[in-house]
Design a protein around this ligand. Structure first.
Ligand code: PHE
Length: 342
């Protein structure tokens, strides 16, 4: 039996050397280690030998079995490495020093303005955070003081998933997450794509962008809010723009405001973009409601803060004179390529 083991070992090595594909190796594995494989048969044969011999032969056969297993996996690894190398060798070689041919792409105007705003706010000490587009009802509504059945939900119908989650209707959906993550004091902006179940027109879309910001610290007041909003707007538009602040209701701020800017499409005379009012709502804002701070783990007795929800899409329309919001989502290269930057 010992000779049989040795000759099996030799035979295996010879066959293995010829197995050049992973299929061939697998066949070999079955032939030696499978249920009816040669090594398995040897082990079965042990029952016919005496106890003394059984121990010794058993050890030999198990050694062989281990060796066969090891050699098979080595071979599989070698074949895989060779295949990889072949792919690398045959891959097309690119000359990275060649000049770019064809038309250049460009950033979407929303991306351009978003980055500009991120820089402005970063220079004022704000961190930039990212957040999900799919959120829970708690994050989007309850954590910002809009309980179930609150009428404020009527303004923000959205798209619901079967698992109860929803597409976020405003970037405020991240307020709770940011407060929990950083605690107070904190200055953060979090831009994001928002969704609402809306009838579309020149100034309404089902998908649009906002940029939310919060600043929480000791003794933050409305004057801090106004200062930051004015600084940001004059930097974005690179000129003085007329703004007005009027009271506005949002359950997550108290007091709450609507910050409007003079419509830059018509210069304030009235057009379809500003619904013939001469003003465009650009940045709802206010002092963060104590309930929202509490749910975010921040003590409202010690800290106060402001929040704003800048309409990023609307800002882009004002900055570039885009009359119809739908152009921004149309994917129309003729429209979008105008914003290519040098
Ligand atoms: N989340 C509000 C909206 O989309 C805007 C907002 C943000 C208002 C922050 C106040 C403070 O309608």
């Amino acid at each position: 039996m010992k000779e049989k083991i040795d000759s099996l070992r030799q035979g295996f090595e010879q066959e293995l050397a010829k197995a050049a594909s992973s299929e061939a190796v697998e066949k070999l594995r079955v032939a030696y280690l499978g249920r009816k494989g040669s090594v398995t048969e040897l082990l079965k044969g042990l029952k016919d030998v005496g106890a003394q011999e059984k121990k010794e032969l058993g050890q030999h056969i198990n050694q062989l079995k281990k060796q066969v297993e090891e050699r098979l996996s080595q071979q599989v690894e070698a074949i895989r490495a060779a295949e990889e190398q072949r792919e690398i060798d045959s891959a097309q070689q690119y000359d990275v020093t060649l000049p770019v041919g064809g038309a250049l792409g460009s950033y979407h105007p929303i991306t351009v303005v978003q980055r500009q705003l991120e820089e402005i706010f970063a220079s004022m000490g704000f961190i930039v955070e990212d957040y999900n587009e799919i959120v829970t009802d708690y994050q989007c509504f309850e954590a910002v003081n809009i309980p179930k059945d609150h009428p404020a939900r009527d303004m923000q119908d959205t798209y619901y998933l079967e698992n109860g989650q929803l597409l976020k209707t405003h970037t405020s959906a991240a307020q709770n997450f940011i407060l929990q993550k950083y605690g107070a004091p904190v200055r953060a902006i979090f831009p994001g794509r928002c969704f609402r179940n809306e009838a579309t027109d020149a100034s309404h879309e089902t998908t649009f962008f906002q940029m939310e910001g919060i600043m929480v610290d000791k003794n933050i007041s409305i004057s801090n809010l106004i200062y930051f909003m004015k600084t940001m707007l004059s930097e974005v538009f690179e000129r003085d723009v007329k703004v007005r602040l009027r009271p506005g209701f949002f359950p997550f701020v108290e007091p709450g405001f609507e910050l409007d800017i003079n419509c830059l499409i018509c210069g304030g005379e009235g057009c379809s973009t500003c619904h013939h009012s001469g003003w465009v709502e650009l940045c709802p804002c206010g002092m963060i409601h104590p309930n929202v701070l509490k749910m975010g783990g921040v003590d409202p007795e010690e800290y106060t803060g402001f929040a704003f929800g800048l309409g990023l899409t609307r800002l882009v329309m004002m900055k570039y004179g885009v009359k119809d919001i739908r152009d921004l989502n149309s994917g129309n290269l003729k429209a979008l390529s105008q914003f290519r930057q040098a």
